[in-house]
Structure formats: structure tokens, C-alpha cells
Design a protein around this ligand. Sequence first.
Ligand code: AMP
Length: 583
Amino acid sequence: MKKQWIEKRLEDLKVCPHLIDYEKTYKEFQWKEVASQFEGLPSGGLNIAHEAIDRHANGPLAQKTALVWLGEDGQRREFTFEQMKKESARFANVLHSLGLSKGDRVFTLSTRLPELYIAVMGIFKNRSVLCPLFSQFGPEPILQRMVRGDAKALLTTKSLFEKKVRPLLDRLPQLEAVLLIDAQEDESDKVRSLACLMEKSSDVFEIPPTGPEDMSILHFTSGTTGMPKGVVHVHKAIYMHWMSGKYVLDFHPDDIFWCTADPGWVTGTSYGIIAPWLHGITNVVDEAEFDAQRWYRILQNEKVSIWYTAPTAIRRLMRLDFDPLKEYDLSKLRLIQSVGEPLNPEAVVWGMEKLKLPIHDNWWQTETGGIMIANLISQPIFPGSMGRPLPGIEAAVVHKNDDGSVNEITELCKEGELALKPGWPSMFRTYLHDEERYAKCFVGGWYLTGDLAYKDKEGYFWFVGRADDIIKTSGHMVGPFEVESVLMEHPSVAEAGVIGKSDPVAGQVVKAFVSLKEGYEPSEELRRELIGFGRKKLGVAIAPKEIEFEINLPKTRSGKIMRRLLKAREMGLPEGDISTLEA
Ligand code: AMP
């Protein structure tokens, strides 16, 4: 079966020799092979923007299309590597002229516009730190992240600024500059028109010496107990991006790649921007939100050969009762990869039936910076499994002992916490301002991922769930604490417990259980008001979709709301250990 599969895949795909024999590649792999792929800065060191853009612009790929941008309104624009080099140089000069330099945090809050992609490279060139926000966040998550991340500048659009940021300015005293992508003129010394600044700036920028360990990106991710954590990444992470671009995404020079993730999340930066350009590949970006017919049209019209998407989107495509291959010419599409949440086995089968391609699941997280476990294209897929560790990555399932130590579980198919041997190049370097929390992630020589998994006899890893209360909705991570804190700002709310409720399409939806203060009665009107309150403060991506009133929320004797129990009750599952439940 395995041999047949591989032979068939080799026929279908432009498979590289390194992908054929997993065991051999895994054994022989060396990071120094990856190091030799980079040019290095003329001034010394390693800078993402030089490796992703400038070195191509300085060579034979100068006139190759780096970015194909598809506007929501039907516009289509192309940018060559040379144009990207010049435009990102302008942006770097803008930052420099505003007094922003190495290590300064530049936040982005924008829909997927070309200026965002140009700015990302300009930020790297200036050695400032890219801090992406998701444009669907409401003011509260934006404020939390900008304060924690010491925001000095923000790139955004006029409407996002008006709706979400202007009311926060008093609480962001460190913020020195707001760059409005679509403003025709400056509003003040602080709120500036990007176009005016770009026009005045030179399109030449010499990247100063950059250390491989210099901070490049600060992504925020959610925790169970506290507010979002700032995950620090460095320029050297491109080793992992380049390597996974080759081994997992199988980039070849003439590929056209489309990653549907938004750069507000880590997949949208690592793979929606950096990895394809490290390989000099044409990268497609769509401004619009999910629309099945539009997506199939993009795959067809842009001749996408490699498509990186997410289970929620695939499940939405699966719901449509039609045959994509009859309506669209998807003959150029040769590889589909998926990440972010569990990919149900039916989706893999659906891919085989409807698109004549399997969907390859892979696993990683904000902290890992790049793909860690994957179904490589030449290897058999066991639908439902995340695949095997990439070369250079050691993964295991571990058991946490009562004394806090961990043991590797060698027994096959036994569930435990998924762990990785630290030291891969894109590993996060710390949680900003929270070394203690960072240190806690590493036990007994392993990085503990917070995910539960098991490993089978073929060495494939299977996802079981989270070890904590973190919610994944439509592939986006939501921390229940952040949602609970906002709900409790409403005058009627005494307490709130937030969980992820299973959903056939979104994986999970955010559901809040709320107990009311004296003087308030549950009603449909109040429920609607609380949903609206959540949306306004948190934004649609995070706000609870459902609210249920409870007189008493289950709590431990020490007063902590037992989200686990709320979830078990919601799903009709056994309640487990309730010995700590408050009487
Ligand atoms: P994030 O840091 O937002 O990228 O989320 C990372 C988390 O998403 C992981 O820790 C998992 O819980 C989940 N996740 C990512 N990829 C997969 C996958 N292929 N299967 C199941 N869960 C996944």
C-alpha cells in the first residue's frame, strides 16, 4: 500500500528526492544545509527582508512577480521583487524618519492590503519589530496587546483607526505615530498619511547589520489564565520557514502559492508572507473574506499550484453540494496543506473525491514559529493524523508527574502532552516581559506544547485536544480569561465562565455562562445586549456567540470557575474529577 501510494504521488507531483525517503532524510538532515541557502547581509548578519526580497530583486528574479494582490472589489495588482524591494525601502525610510529604530515595536492593524505586505518587509529592514493585530479585533484586545507590546507606531486604515483606535489614544501614551494607509493628508504630527510619507521617502535603504537573534516579530497568543502573551521571534526563524517551504510545501521556482491565513495570526506571517518569498515564489493574497465560489475562481484564475488553508474553510467548502472540478479548471493545483485545528478524516477523503488531491494536515503553533509535524507529500496519509516530525525536529508524547517532572511515554497510542526538544531555529525566544512564564514551558529537556496527543507505530502523531481551556474558533485562538474579563465589565454581570462549544464548521464557538448581579433578571433582551456588548468591545473574532445565564457557576473551593465542568455539562460528557468542587 505504502509503495503504491508513493509511486502514484511521484507521478502526480514534482517530488524532490529528499521527500521520498522520510527515514533517511530525517536521519541525515543538518541545519547547516539550510544555513547555506542564505546570502547574508552585505553589512553583516541575517535579515528576513534581505533574504525574502532584496537578494531576489538584486538578481535574476528582479522582474518576477512576488505578490499578486486581489482586491475585494475585483482589482488585481502585481508587484515584482524589484518593486517590493523599493517600496519596502521607502517604508523603512519612513520609519527611520519618524525616529523609529532597532527593536521598536510597530503594530499593524489592517485588512490584507498591499501596503501591509510592503510594510512588513520595511519593518524588518529597519530592524524594528513587527507586531501584527487581527483586523477583526475590537478595541479591548487591541489595547491589551499594544500596551503589553510597548507600541511605538501603528499602521492602520482610516476606518479601523476611527472605529477601534482613536478612542484608545489616551491610554496609549507611548504611541508616537499612527500611519494611515488610505489618508490623503496628515491629520496631526502624530496621525500621518502613509502615502505622503512614502512619496517623500527614498526607495533606497541599506539594511543595517542585523543579528540572527535580533527580535523580528512579536505575535500575541492567548493563555488560559491571563491576558495575551507576547511571543518573541527572531530573524533566524527563517531557517525553519525556508526548510518547511521546501520539505512540507514543496516549493519549486514556478509554483504559485496561496496561503489563506490573515497576517494577524502566525500562519499569515510565517507562510502568508515570509516562506514563499524566501524561495522566490509568487505569493497570492486575497483581500476578501471566505466565499466558496470566489475561492475556487482564485485557484483557477491564478493557477494556484500550492494551497495552504485551514479546516474551517475546508469544512465550509465541503458543505456545498456541487462538484468543483466540473465547474472550475483546477488542473494546476497539485498540493493542499491545512493547519490550525484538527482536520477531520472526512475532509481528507472529501479532498480525494472532489479535488482529486488529499488534504495534508500539519501541526505547529505561534510559539514554534514554523511547521513542526506534517504529512509530507510523498508519504501515506492516515486521515485524522497530523503526520510526522520534520527533519531537525524531535517530538514526543510525555507524561507530567505529580512532582512536576516529565517522562517520555514510549508506549504506542498512549495519550500525553505533546513535547518538542528545544533548539530549532524558529523556537520563540521568550514571552515578552514574562521570563517566568517562558521558563515554565520547559521541563526535563522538553518544550511542553499544551496539546494532548499520541503517537502510533508508524511514528505519526494524532491530536487529542488541548491540555488547558484555550478555545480554537475558526482556527483562531481565544483565551477565555480575556473574554470573561470583558463580560464582567458589564454592569449586570457578576461572574462569567467561557468555554469552546463544539461546532461542526468552526470547530468550536465561544460560549459564555454568566451569573447576574442582584437586581438583574435573565431575559432575552439582556442576552442580546451582552452579545452586542461583547462584539463591540472584543470584535467578532473573539466575542461569545452564545450566552447562557446560570444562577451559580461551578467553582473550586478556592473560588476558581471550573470551565472544564461547564464544558463537560454543555457537551453531555462525564464530569470527571469533581472533588475540588465548591459545596
Ligand atoms: P496558534 O498558536 O494560534 O497557531 O494555535 C496553535 C494551536 O492550534 C495548537 O497548539 C493546537 O492546539 C492547534 N492546532 C494547530 N494545528 C493543528 C492541527 N493540525 N491539528 C489540531 N490542532 C492544531
